[in-house]
Ligand binder design. Structure first.
Ligand SMILES: [Zn+2]
Length: 342
């Protein structure tokens, strides 16, 4: 079967389309015939060699996949050949203390698709059956592959970690990004009022179409805390943050007393100074959030199947055009998921 692999770290120019033989599925495993693979920032970090993950070369990237079961290994029950599935991008061990206390997101031995298994920029993939999620029939492959990471991450941040409730106000930073756009939709569905930030006015305009009430351009106004407080009459209950740098600190400055900030990323700047005095006087909470669990993925697929949320697809490329897909990812011009369809 064909796969797109890198044999040295660097840019998309290092990709080559190669023929590799995958092993038959072992005990508890299935082979998936890949219909679609969505790109994620972690793919680019791996390709560039800056992921801080144990990557050995040659390497086939791609963590977010939708496909059909082609072959079933010994001992697999509950799944049939031909079923359409999405493997959860991280598989938890099921044995450690976090796994046994309903905190699978904190598993000590998380296994990533493409690192613990073969990657999704390929015609086929072998993974464990216990990480499969059924894909609803009425979603196309392109739409289905745009659901898991964006909406699963946003669900875990907004509701599980951020405890967002109906009637509250949430500030979503970088509403033009995959998880930002997903957060706007999920927060509106939950009955929250949504304010957003983005680096350009047209990204703000797109988020308004999904129910964002007011937007702030953080390129024009990086210190946007006072503007958010003015827009909301005193500040927001929750900040949804994943950018880092000044959007993190301005996010903290946007909170009302007792507010929470939940973060899952820091691409723009990882170490930031912030003022401790308002943090304790306002009894703010700063919450970390990492990935999501199986039940959250099942919930967001259900919302997508019912048309409650709209998976956003930017563009579709063939496997041979994979380098162009990664270039588009790195251009940061995409709105929605970039998808490779073998
Ligand atoms: Zn575990």
């Amino acid at each position: 079967m064909k796969a797109l692999a890198i044999d040295e770290f660097g840019g998309p120019e290092n990709f080559s389309l190669i023929d590799i033989g995958l092993p038959d599925p072992g005990p508890g495993e299935v082979t998936i015939s890949v219909s679609a693979c969505a790109l994620n920032h972690i793919d680019v970090d791996i390709i560039r060699g800056v992921s801080r993950l144990p990557v050995s070369l040659p390497f086939v990237p791609g963590i977010e996949v939708v496909g059909t079961i082609k072959n079933i290994g010994p001992g697999v029950t509950g799944w049939e050949i031909g079923e359409r599935v999405a493997p959860r991008v991280q598989r938890n061990c099921g044995r450690c203390t976090p796994c046994l206390t309903a905190r699978q997101d904190l598993c000590d031995e998380l296994e990533w698709i493409s690192l613990a298994t073969s990657g999704g920029y390929a015609e086929e993939l072998v993974c464990h059956a216990d990480q499969l999620v059924r894909v609803p029939e009425n979603l196309t492959d392109e739409a289905a592959v745009a659901v898991q990471v964006a909406f699963g991450t946003a669900w875990h941040m907004l509701f599980t970690r951020g405890r967002l409730r109906a009637g509250e106000t949430v500030l979503v930073n970088a509403v033009g990004s995959g998880i930002g756009a997903a957060a706007v939709q999920l927060a509106r569905w939950a009955g929250a009022r949504v304010i957003g930030t983005a680096g350009s006015d047209d990204k703000l305009e797109r988020a308004r179409a999904h129910g964002m009430e007011a937007g702030v351009n953080y390129t024009a106004n990086p210190a946007f805390g006072p503007q958010v407080k003015e827009l909301t009459g005193g500040g927001v209950d929750l900040v949804f943050e994943h950018v880092g740098g000044s959007t993190f600190t301005s996010g903290l400055e946007s909170l009302k007393k007792g507010g929470r900030l939940v973060t899952c990323g820091a691409h723009s700047q990882e170490v930031v100074p912030f003022d401790i005095i308002p943090l304790f006087r306002g009894e703010f909470e700063v919450l970390g959030s990492f990935a999501f669990v199986q039940t959250e993925v099942e919930k967001v697929f259900d919302l997508a199947a019912r048309g409650v949320i709209e998976p956003l697809v930017d563009s579709v490329f063939s496997l041979a055009e994979g380098a162009r897909a990664v270039e588009r990812m790195e251009s940061r011009k995409a709105y929605g998921k970039i998808v490779i369809m073998p």
